[in-house]
Design a binder for this molecule. Structure first.
Ligand code: FE2
Length: 278
């Protein structure tokens, strides 16, 4: 009898290394795999790795996230697709005048226990180095934000994220738990900067489905996504089971954090409060 194979403890136990050799990027096989991922990211605007997390770890991570989902801070906002302030000089026809709705919760990094499996995964250097290579970064660090380094997005009944381009160049997410219904991730790849960008955005906001791609929500998938070039949304969630998606943040500079105003917006506090958590 040997039960050792089923034990999940470290990040290396959680990742499907047989399919995705991310810990061996200095071998020929690992380097070829990373190169293929890089090509996929450049060509399509995203790199999607289904079954990245092995089934046993998926369940552990989902239960862990679910157990702390009540710690989420919820933010309801109205925004345009560019996440910019309104400008009175824009014409009323300007697509940037159009408003979208977002209602999403986020469990801050400092609410994720020190021994959490998600934290072990985030703090694992081979994962960081692999993501950096997919994004083509020579310098790549985990984000130093006390709240936003690695957080968990929580979409409860009525939760949604309206159409937008991200402010950050890339986003890394882990699909952990699909909601009872809704919560589809939809996008129109790589339209930023095209001559007809605004026409495409207007059509998408009007509900035109031309070019809209829906990404299946499969638990255990890692997604590296270039959200600055690709308009995207999460459709409205309904039902009792929440949509749970950890967001792993990185930076090209060490010690980079969100501004305090961004932290106030997403988590209702700055994370500088002394003595709240050991
Ligand atoms: Fe986004």
């Amino acid at each position: 009898m040997n039960n050792v194979v089923n034990v999940i403890d470290t990040a290396a136990d959680m990742v499907n290394l047989a399919r995705y050799p991310i810990a061996d990027l200095d071998t020929a096989e690992g380097a070829a795999f990373a190169k293929q991922c890089r090509r996929e990211y450049l060509e399509t605007g995203l790199c999607m790795l289904p079954d990245f997390i092995v089934p046993g770890a998926r369940q552990i991570l989902a239960e862990e996230a679910s157990a702390i989902s009540s710690e989420a801070y919820f933010c309801k906002s109205t925004h345009n697709a560019y996440l910019t302030e309104d400008n009175p000089e824009w014409s009323v026809q300007d697509v940037a005048k159009r408003q979208e709705q977002t209602y999403v919760g986020s469990v801050a990094y400092d609410r994720i226990p020190d021994d959490a499996y998600l934290r072990r995964l985030y703090l694992w250097d081979p994962l960081k180095d692999f993501i950096g290579s997919v994004l083509g970064k020579s310098e790549f660090y985990r984000f130093a934000d006390p709240l936003g380094a690695c957080s968990i997005n929580v979409f409860v009944d009525g939760g949604e994220h309206g159409w937008h381009f991200d402010e950050s160049e890339f986003t890394v997410t882990l699909m952990l738990q699909a909601p009872t219904s809704g919560g589809a991730f939809e996008y129109v790849p790589k339209i930023r900067g095209r001559a007809n960008e605004k026409e495409i955005v207007a059509a998408v906001l009007d509900g035109n489905r031309n070019g809209v791609v829906e990404l299946p929500f499969t638990a255990g998938t890692l997604l590296i996504f270039g959200g600055q070039q690709t308009i995207h949304r999460v459709t409205r969630v309904s039902g009792r089971r929440a949509r749970l998606v950890p967001v792993l943040c990185y930076s090209e500079q060490p010690d980079l954090k969100n501004s305090e105003s961004v932290r106030m917006l997403f988590w209702g506090r700055t994370g500088n409060e002394a003595g709240l958590r050991a």
